[in-house]
Structure formats: structure tokens, C-alpha cells
Design a protein around this ligand. Structure first.
Ligand code: GRF
Length: 207
């Protein structure tokens, strides 16, 4: 894969709230992350993420399988939108669908996802939102965390880029743990991006 440019253009995929995207956007504005937010793609036309993108004038598009006609057509539409926006690096932040084969091939080792636990534990289909934190508490873990990983054709299985830990307190509820992990996600994703863009982390060396 070609090296990332000095100031890579970011393409976000978000299904709902978009707080991680907003944290990265703010970090780019403050120059803590040397990147240019270029595009948001959402499968959910009612998402808070799309409403926010409209407010801040970030290019955005709602693409879903029903609108596109098929999964294949959706994959083609994703690729066209990403290429039209000159996206260099794709950020999945709360995107509830798999990425299609065309985009995976065109952006090999250039698609990142964030997961609110220490993968490979507590990942995979159905492990999202409160389900993750419920499972961590039920297993009486004393530590959870955040994982940034490369995306492949499955859920939460690509090579791990980096992880950080978050303590689980004995009186944690799903909500208190979720809030602590999300706070950590907001700083950790930007920090990891900075290390990728500076060359400190080489995405092409990850298997
Ligand atoms: C985050 O917890 C992220 O780890 C997971 O989905 C959630 C998205 O939250 N993949 P937000 O939309 O960024 O607020």
C-alpha cells in the first residue's frame, strides 16, 4: 500500500451517535491530529451523526442496502463516495454493518475500527453497546478497555493496532462502566491516529 499522505483525509462510517467521530473531528480542528475529516457515511438516515455533520458542514451521505438495491450495489456506492472525497483512511466508529469486498480491497490495511473492550475477548457479532459491558461485568473482570483494530470481512477480528486498559470497579453497573470506557475511547482513538499518521505505527506491518 502507498504511504499515507502528510495530512490524510478521513472517511467516517457511523450508524448512530457519533461521539468518537466528533472527538476525532475536534482533535483535527485543534491540530492534535494531523488529518482532514472529509466524509461521513451512515446507513441510518435518522442518526445523530448525520444531523451533526450537517451542522458542521462535513460532507455526508446516507447509504443503505435498501436504497442502493443490493449489498453489491451498496459496496460500489461506498467506494465511489470514498474515492470522490479522496479518502485515504477509513474510520469505523459505531458502524453496525460489515464493509463490502470492494472497499476492503481498495482500502486494504487502511480501515480502522474501535471496540469498547479488550479484543479478542468480548467481540464478534452481537457484541456491541451494553452487551459488551454486561458480559464484562458478568464475567467479574477487573479490567476492560478499548481496542483499535484493522477491519477485515468479519466482526472485530482484524489485526489489533493498539489497546488501552480501563479498570472495572466492583460496584460498576453497565452504565458506569460504559461511560468510563467511552471517555477513554475519545482520547485513545485520536492518540492512536496520531501515532499512525506520524509513522510510529505502521499499518502495513500488521497481520
Ligand atoms: C463505541 O463504544 C465504539 O467502541 C463502538 O460503538 C460505540 C460508538 O459510540 N464500536 P459513538 O457512536 O462513537 O458515540
Amino acid at each position: 500500500m502507498a504511504h499515507l499522505p502528510e495530512r490524510p483525509r478521513l472517511g467516517f462510517f457511523v450508524s448512530h451517535r457519533g461521539s468518537n467521530m466528533r472527538a476525532i473531528f475536534d482533535a483535527c480542528q485543534d491540530r492534535r491530529v494531523r488529518a482532514e475529516p472529509a466524509l461521513l457515511i451512515s446507513n441510518n438516515k435518522s442518526s445523530a451523526a448525520l444531523a451533526w455533520a450537517e451542522e458542521v458542514s462535513l460532507s455526508h451521505i446516507n447509504l443503505c442496502p435498501t436504497g442502493a438495491g443490493s449489498e453489491e450495489a451498496l459496496d460500489e456506492a461506498h467506494l465511489k463516495a470514498l474515492q470522490n472525497a479522496d479518502v485515504d483512511l477509513i474510520i469505523l466508529a459505531g458502524y453496525m454493518r460489515k464493509i463490502g469486498p470492494l472497499v476492503l480491497a481498495a482500502y486494504a490495511n487502511r480501515i480502522l475500527n474501535i471496540h469498547p473492550a479488550l479484543l479478542p475477548k468480548y467481540g464478534g457479532q452481537g457484541m456491541y453497546g451494553h452487551h459488551v459491558h454486561d458480559a464484562v461485568i458478568a464475567a467479574r473482570e477487573t479490567e476492560s478497555g478499548v481496542t483499535v483494530h484493522l477491519v477485515d470481512g468479519s466482526y472485530d477480528t482484524g489485526p489489533i493496532v493498539d489497546q488501552t486498559t480501563v479498570p472495572v470497579e466492583s460496584d460498576d453497573t453497565t452504565e458506569t462502566l460504559a461511560a468510563r470506557v467511552l471517555k477513554s475511547e475519545h482520547s485513545f482513538f485520536s492518540e492512536t491516529l496520531t501515532r499512525i499518521i506520524s509513522g510510529d505505527i505502521d499499518l502495513d506491518s500488521l497481520r
